[in-house]
Design a protein around this ligand. Structure first.
Ligand code: MG
Length: 165
């Protein structure tokens, strides 16, 4: 298949804390994520989008949240494992688009850092990555400040390296 598309979604409950991690970037604020791992909801959603595009199941199958080895784990481990699968399946990132939904903390000052961090993880040009941030308009679990949620969609393009080899 020349192209494969993947969709990812993740949501974590919020609690009072000293910051959240988004795309490997620490965002200082008075919030924290309730999570088994480091709670990087953005990397979790992108990992799921990648696994979805590859037809490889989901993040919970690869890294169960009941496993002791995943407690407090850096979520870059999860996405790097999925990126490794992408490369082994002979695909490269076409583009990635995400929407982060959070109430009570403006993310606009951090969007560029997050974009650069994701491009580094994928080892791609930052122009292939787009970050959108919005609130929950004071309604629903995001709007009430109970949770942070992320939607991620990405397109993979066949790299053609196997055909050349
Ligand atoms: Mg998660």
């Amino acid at each position: 298949m020349p192209h494969r598309i993947g969709l990812g979604n993740d949501r974590h409950r919020l609690k009072p804390g000293e910051g959240i991690v988004l795309g490997g970037v620490r965002i200082p604020c008075n919030l924290g994520c309730v999570a088994h791992s480091d709670g990087d909801v953005l990397l979790h959603a992108i990992t799921d989008a990648l696994l979805g595009a590859l037809g490889a199941g989901d993040i919970g199958e690869l890294f169960p949240d009941t496993a002791e080895e995943n407690r407090g784990r850096d979520s870059t481990d999860f996405i790097l494992a999925a990126i490794d699968r992408m490369r082994k399946a002979d695909y490269t990132l076409g583009n990635l688009d995400v929407t982060i939904m959070l109430e009570g903390k403006k993310l606009s000052p951090h969007k560029e850092n997050i974009r650069q961090s994701l491009a580094k993880l994928f080892d791609c040009d930052a122009a292939r990555v787009n970050i959108k941030a919005k609130t929950g308009e004071k309604v629903g679990c995001v709007g009430r400040g109970e949770a942070i949620e992320v939607w991620a969609v990405l397109l993979l393009i066949q790299a053609g390296k196997k055909a050349e080899a």
